[in-house]
Design a protein around this ligand. Sequence first.
Ligand code: MEV
Length: 326
Amino acid sequence: MKASAYAPGKIILIGEHFVVYGKPAIVMAINIGVKVIAEKRADCIVHISSNLGFFGKYKNQKFESESMELNSRKHLEPVKIASETVLKELDKRCGLNIEIHSDLPIAVGLGSSGALAVSTVAAIGKLLGANFSEKEIIKLSFEAEKYVHLHPSGIDQAVSTYGGVIVFDRNRGVSRLNIETGIPIVIGNTGIQRNTGMLVKSVRIKKDMFANVINSLIHTGGQLTSEAIDVLKKGNLKQFGELMDINHGLLTALGVSNDALDRLVNSAKKSGALGAKLTGAGGGGCMVALSTSDNRKKIANAIRLAGGTPILAEKTEVGVKTWLNH
Ligand code: MEV
């Protein structure tokens, strides 16, 4: 018997980085994600294969790569950590075959590692007969996320688990934003992979150096999200776009934007986007533009002409889901 799980990726609409310091952020699940299929093995080996070209097995903690990719271990380790966390939680021991099918580009701010951790935990939980709650899935997937991002806020696993549009606050938890209007977006990928943990660290170093200045920016970041929640509830996309622009300015002030991101943000704005900003940790990766429903193709084209890869993703209400494959 095999068990499967699927979890969506995400776009942070407002509030990345500030969320690490206890401010709320608005994040939206997108209809691109990661599927994991898990199966028990008769031996104690954990074998992991990914459609992204990473293959390998763990035997008594020893990793053997089966692919030409030099980075295989780095990519498969979080899956091994997630599987061990579940086995420990359930007090079980067994070997596993774990297959990963991901449609999300990695290390560009779309939550690929969060979706992978969540779907791994959920698939193995299902396989072993555990009926994990959403809160348990978030808690159990945190170990893998810490390996990838060092000190993550937990926002990525939360949205991959719940789906929809949520306000995430690491102290107050998660609340769902039920929004009447659509949120038409265009994502632009610079194609530059980056390390979230290092970018979060760079902000911390700046905060240690210029505490008053950066604390004021963090405070403003929190106010920005509060305003954004209000305007989104009213369905005022024009004002929401303006707040996204301000958010990009604040993130630039934190030092996490770069030329490639600014180019895509500016080209989206010139082609009529209501707002545009980097999304995720910055330093490369993706930006997101807010569009009117009839202008997405034009913005996508402008992003392409500016050297980026446009992605026409949509909001999804569906979070993690599991099923058995008999
Ligand atoms: C990563 O998707 C968003 C950051 O705020 C880091 C985090 O919240 O863990 C940059």
